[in-house]
Ligand binder design. Structure first.
Ligand code: TYD
Ligand code: MG
Length: 454
């Protein structure tokens, strides 16, 4: 039976349950619930500090204090995702799968910030200082003025940091930190929360920026980065396909800048290099136009990005055909298949459908609907789309095409990369000076007729 001071916490989402169960009600994860000593009982004994309960009038603050100065790293892809640079006294979480390149990215960032004059500490709980140094050698950063430490005891870390007053502290990773005010093992939800809380509090108190690394965990023993997302100012995820060299740093929450901004990097033998023009990269291995391929003119954050959407449609012996999607939403694919069937009379029954966004990018924009439909139809009809043509537009359930935002920017990017024509929804602003031949359509049936002559 559960003792009164024990609770059961989900390591995926941090939800607290009164008893153990195999699946978390809150997030649906299996085998993620572990027994925890509550944070309040153990960590509530911390001292409160000297100055308590002071308030400042908002107007006083704006009159006297200049806006927070941001520091740029010089890595433009990172600075953009941070919302224009690093804000002092901010706490940033960088999450990602193990082995995706978080340590590499942050060591490079540390070196860049240090070179810009920030007093930078890199604290590794996973690797020995000599190993971090080896990595720095490999990245060509061994002469960067970054202070390295291999330490996991939070009290020691905070004591040192309080004395040193750094501008930037990188903690790799939050799951290895151990706070002696909490009784449970490192990596448990209460340890990860306590460590994130104390480090965030340090950032606010001392004006240092703190970057926490969090592994996205697959098993239920170690708490994932989601349990601390609400405590920090900025949440970035580093993602990519393991087999691909592209890595995407995505802002999912940012108190000091736009969310859903992305930075694109390429993993090379000498660390991560920036990709200033992602469109060229995502399209680089495009040869002659093949059936099942459509180029989508998308917008990621503030930037236009062209990506290739690939579809494969094949007859299936199964009674339940496969619908497999990489880089897009499976529910949205089902919707488009349903619209094609109901509004255009093109069924996909008895056909397996595979959809893939090239380059390992994940697209969330409904503006990709028309490009997805184009790739699916092209694969089904075994007919290539016109060469040098980009596609964008949202499809509504009625089969109508709806205009999408930033059409101008999408067209300009396509023109810049040598495309000569575009298919876009009618309405919205005219294509203007992009120089592309833009075919505008009001519904999906017209699109099918125009492109496939059906
Ligand atoms: P790492 O930064 O250790 O990942 P994380 O901290 O997210 O767990 O990166 C590990 C991978 O990156 C590893 O598989 C090797 C690769 N890598 C390179 O390809 N080039 C490099 O210069 C470095 C340092 C790592
Ligand atoms: Mg690492």
């Amino acid at each position: 039976m559960a003792r009164a001071n024990t609770s059961y916490t989900c390591t995926e989402c941090g939800a607290v349950h009164s008893k153990w169960s195999g699946q978390c009600d809150a997030c649906g994860a299996w085998n993620s619930i572990t027994e925890e000593t509550p944070l309040s009982a153990a960590a509530g004994t911390q001292s409160l500090g000297a100055s308590r309960g002071r308030t400042i009038t908002l107007t006083d603050l704006s009159a006297r204090e200049a806006p927070l100065p941001r520091t740029q790293s010089g890595l433009a892809e990172l600075d953009r995702v941070l919302g224009g640079g690093l804000v002092p006294a901010s706490a940033i979480l960088v999450g990602g799968d193990p082995g995706i390149g978080k340590s590499t990215l942050l060591l490079q960032a540390a070196a860049h910030f240090a070179a810009r004059g920030l007093k930078t500490f890199y604290i590794s709980g996973e690797e020995a200082a000599a190993q971090v140094r080896m990595r720095a050698d490999r990245l060509g950063l061994s002469d960067a003025p970054v202070q390295l430490a291999a330490e996991t005891v939070l009290r020691d870390i905070l004591t040192t940091l309080d004395a040193e007053r750094p501008d930037l502290v990188i903690v790799d990773s939050i799951q290895t930190m151990w706070s002696d005010s909490v009784g449970s093992a490192p990596g448990s939800v209460s340890q990860v929360r306590a460590a994130a809380h104390e480090l965030t509090a340090f950032a606010k108190r001392r004006g240092s920026a703190v970057i926490l690394v969090g592994h996205v965990t697959k098993d239920g023993q170690i708490a994932g980065p989601r349990v601390v997302e609400h405590m920090v100012d900025t949440v970035l995820y580093f993602e990519g396909e393991r087999g691909h060299q592209f890595r995407i740093l995505r802002a999912v929450k940012n108190r000091f800048g736009p969310a859903d901004e992305i930075g694109v990097f390429e993993m090379t033998g000498r660390g991560l290099s920036e990709v200033a023009n992602p469109s060229a990269l995502f399209l680089s291995d495009r040869g002659t136009p093949a059936p099942g391929s459509a180029v989508f003119a998308g917008i990621e954050g503030t930037r236009p990005v062209l990506v290739e959407i690939q579809a494969l449609v094949a007859p299936t012996p199964q009674s339940q055909p496969r619908r497999s999607v990489v880089g897009w939403d499976g529910g949205r694919l089902a919707m488009i298949l349903a619209v094609l069937e109901a509004r255009c009379g093109i069924p996909f029954t008895g056909l397996d459908v595979y959809l893939n966004v090239a380059g390992g990018l994940k697209i969330g924009e409904p503006a990709a609907d028309l490009a997805v439909a184009a790739a699916l139809l092209s694969a089904r009809e075994d007919t290539a789309l016109p060469a040098e043509c980009v596609v964008f537009g949202e499809i509504s359930l009625s089969g109508a095409l709806r205009p999408v935002g930033q059409a101008e920017n999408r067209l300009k990017e396509a023109a810049k990369l040598g495309f000569s024509s575009a298919i876009a929804p009618a309405g919205g602003k005219p294509g203007g000076e992009s120089g592309l031949k833009v075919t505008r359509m009001t519904d999906l049936t017209a699109f099918v007729g125009e492109i496939f002559g059906a």
